[in-house]
Design a binder for this molecule. Structure first.
Ligand code: NAP
Length: 307
C-alpha cells in the first residue's frame, strides 16, 4: 500500500496548483487523476480571463502548461480513479482502481461534472448529436444547425465557439436574461450566427440514429414548437464530484463541500479546493488561489502533527 504525507485527488487547475506549491515545499505528495489532468478547463475552447495571457489561450494549452510546471518541480501524477476516501486510524485511505493509498492529509480537487437536463431523448442520443462538450464535438457540425441550451458562461461562450463550424447556433434559454458575463453576452448578441430563443425550454430530443430535432415550449405563452437541428449542446449547470466519502463531511444543499478560509473541511486533515468547494465564484483564477492556500495550510498542519 502506497503511503504519502499528502494526496491530492483531482488534476484540474486547483489540484495542479496545490501540487505545484506542495512540490516546491518539498512535501511527500502524490496527485491522483482519473483521466488526463486538466478538469473542466480541458473542455473550454478559449480562456481569456486568466491573468497573464493577454491573448486568449485554449483551455487545454493552459492546463498543459500548469501540469508541466508542477511536474517540473517534482509533482508525481498517477492516472487512477479514486472511488472512495475513508478514515484509517489517524490516516486517510483512498481506494483507486482497486489499489489503496494512505496519507496524513488529502486535498480534494475533484471538481464538477455537467448536469443532465433529464428530458426524453437526452440519454438515448448522447454521443449521437447530444453533447456536453463543444470543443470535443463542435467540428462534427460544420455547416449544420445546432442548438445550445442554457444561459450561463459555458452556454454562451460555447455557443460563440460553435459558430466557427455551424451555419447557425440557436441558444435556447429559459428566461429573458442571460446569466453569462456581460462581455460574453455582448459578443453573442453581435454575432450574426447566434440566435437567442428566450423564455423557452426543451422538452424532448428527437431522432432515430442521430439527433434530428428538439421539441421546445415557450414558458410565457405556452406555445410549443419543433426545432430541426443536427446537434444539441447542453450547458445547464454543474454538479459537484463530492460523493466519495465514507464518512460525514459538511456540504451545502447542492453537495458542494464547505470549507473555512484555509480550505479546511469539517473533517480534520481533509481540504477542498476548486469547483467542488461551496463558493460564489467558480473560475480558474479562484481555483488556483485555493490550491495554493490549501498547500500552505497542509504544510502547517503536517508540521503541527510532527512533535
Ligand atoms: P451556470 O452558471 O450554473 O449556468 C447554468 C445555466 O443553465 C443557467 O443559465 C440556467 O438558467 C440554465 N439552466 C439550469 N437548469 C436548467 C434547466 N433545467 N432547464 C433549462 N435551463 C437550465 O453553469 P455554467 O455556465 O456551466 O457555469 C458553471 C460555473 O463555471 C459558473 O460559476 C460559471 O461562472 C463558471 N464558468 C466561468 C467561465 C468563465 O469565466 N469564462 C466559463 C465557464 C464557466 P438560469 O440562468 O435561469 O438559472
Amino acid at each position: 500500500m502506497e503511503k504519502h504525507d499528502v494526496i491530492i485527488v483531482g488534476g484540474g487547475p486547483a489540484g495542479l496548483t496545490a501540487g505545484l506549491y506542495a512540490a516546491r515545499s518539498r512535501m511527500d505528495i502524490l496527485l491522483l487523476e482519473k483521466l488526463t489532468p486538466g478538469g473542466q478547463v480541458l473542455t473550454t475552447a478559449m480562456v481569456e480571463n486568466y491573468p497573464g495571457f493577454e491573448e486568449a489561450i485554449s483551455g487545454s494549452d493552459l492546463v498543459a502548461k500548469m501540469e508541466k510546471q508542477a511536474r517540473g518541480f517534482g509533482l508525481q501524477v498517477e492516472i487512477k480513479s479514486v472511488e472512495k476516501i475513508a478514515q484509517e486510524g489517524s490516516l486517510k485511505k483512498m481506494i483507486a482502481d482497486g489499489e489503496e493509498y494512505l496519507s496524513k492529509a488529502v486535498i480534494v480537487a475533484t471538481g464538477v461534472e455537467p448536469k443532465l437536463l433529464g428530458i426524453p431523448g437526452e440519454k438515448e442520443l448522447r454521443g449521437k448529436g447530444v453533447s456536453y462538450c463543444a470543443t470535443c464535438d463542435g467540428p462534427f457540425f460544420r455547416d449544420k444547425e445546432v442548438v445550445v441550451i442554457g444561459g450561463g458562461d459555458s452556454a454562451v461562450e460555447e455557443a460563440i465557439y460553435l459558430t466557427r463550424f455551424a451555419k447557425r447556433v440557436r441558444l435556447i434559454h429559459r428566461r429573458d436574461q442571460l446569466r453569462a458575463a456581460k462581455i460574453v453576452q455582448e459578443r453573442a448578441f453581435s454575432n450574426e450566427k447566434v440566435e437567442v430563443v428566450w423564455d423557452t425550454v426543451a422538452t424532448r430530443i428527437n431522432g432515430e440514429q442521430f439527433v434530428q430535432s428538439v421539441d421546445v415550449k415557450n414558458v410565457k405563452t405556452g406555445r410549443e414548437d419543433n426545432v430541426e437541428t443536427s446537434g444539441i449542446f447542453l450547458y445547464v449547470g454543474v454538479k459537484p464530484n463530492s460523493d466519495l466519502f465514507d464518512f460525514k463531511i459538511d456540504a451545502d444543499q447542492r453537495g458542494f463541500l464547505r470549507t473555512d478560509e484555509n480550505m479546511r473541511t469539517s473533517v480534520e486533515g481533509i481540504y477542498a479546493v476548486g469547483d467542488v468547494r461551496s463558493k460564489q465564484l467558480r473560475q480558474i483564477v479562484t481555483a488556483t488561489g485555493e490550491g495554493a492556500t490549501a498547500a500552505f495550510a497542509v504544510q502547517k498542519y503536517l508540521e503541527d502533527l510532527t512533535p
